[in-house]
Write a protein that binds this ligand. Structure first.
Ligand SMILES: [Zn+2]
Length: 280
């Protein structure tokens, strides 16, 4: 229990290794998306624009304290179908930007974007510069899913001073139990070695079941959303400032936890009230 700023200030100066879990491709299937939303851990969920359940699941995701990002479909090299909101290299700047703006507007409580597919488009500086200009206008972060090693996304985001991360490990290209465990351990090892790792998975039932058991067993690694990770990096510039009795980052985190708890309690009391009103 936190009782004052003193304890907030006492947060570790040597942070735990951090793992950023991103789940892509949410929005087409409610049940599979809901299993991910219901995982009790800080995660970043990437919603496909204009899909039947993206907005509803994004509202629930927000209330559970997760990050919502747009999973922006971008042209790939194998002509796989991209679905609504696709960004392709044959678009002019106006069509490209207006498609991206419309997709951004479709995701409630959006904080950033990452690319769905994109092995062709993310190699091209011109359209990726249009992406970064748009993100800057909306103050959104970028996560390069790195579907090709030739992607210019990460570098261009840096040039535009946009908060940015890139994918380190894909969790579930193979959903066998052994493969999931192997990829998970690879991400955890990288986090321990480098300080953080970015793991991308999908809302497959095998992945949800795996995370359900793997997350509670994680020891001495902190799960963190992409926005919190990026924000905390920025706040670390103040770490040496001894003048303040607290760090405002931790103070805001504390308030956020309270907000999520209040929301849960409120829902419970509404539920209780409904039950009581139905009593004979
Ligand atoms: Zn995807």
């Amino acid at each position: 229990m936190l009782s004052g700023f003193g304890q907030l200030a006492a947060q570790p100066t040597q942070p735990l290794p951090q793992l950023i879990i991103i789940i892509d491709d949410i929005g087409n299937n409610y049940q599979l998306g809901k299993r991910i939303v219901d995982l009790p851990a800080p995660m970043t969920l990437a919603f496909l624009p204009h899909t039947p359940f993206a907005a509803k699941l994004a509202e629930q995701s927000y209330l559970s304290g997760k990050d919502n990002i747009l999973h922006a479909p971008m042209e790939n090299t194998v002509a796989a179908p991209l679905g609504p909101g696709a960004l392709t290299q044959d678009m002019n700047q106006q069509a490209f930007t207006s498609t991206l703006n419309t997709s951004i507007a479709a995701i409630p409580h959006i904080q950033g974007i990452n690319n769905h597919m994109g092995s062709a488009l993310t190699q091209l500086p011109e359209p990726m510069n249009w992406v970064m200009d748009t993100l800057k206008q909306h103050q959104l972060y970028f996560i390069d899913s790195l579907t090709t090693s030739q992607s210019v996304g990460f570098e261009l985001a840096k040039q535009h001073d946009i908060p940015v991360l890139k994918r380190d490990v894909f969790l579930d290209n193979d959903v066998s139990a052994e493969a999931l465990e192997k990829q998970w351990q690879q991400a955890v090892r990288l986090a321990r070695k480098r300080g953080h790792a970015v793991l991308i998975g999908h809302p497959y039932k095998e992945t949800s079941a795996f995370l359900q058991q793997a997350i509670p067993e994680l020891e001495n690694v902190e799960l963190i959303t992409a926005a919190d990770f990026l924000l905390r990096q920025a706040w670390q510039a103040f770490a040496s400032n001894e003048a303040l009795p607290y760090n405002r980052y931790w103070l805001n985190q504390h308030k956020k936890t309270q907000r999520i708890d209040n929301n849960k309690n409120q829902k419970q009391s509404q539920y209780d009230a409904t039950l009581i009103s139905q009593l004979p």
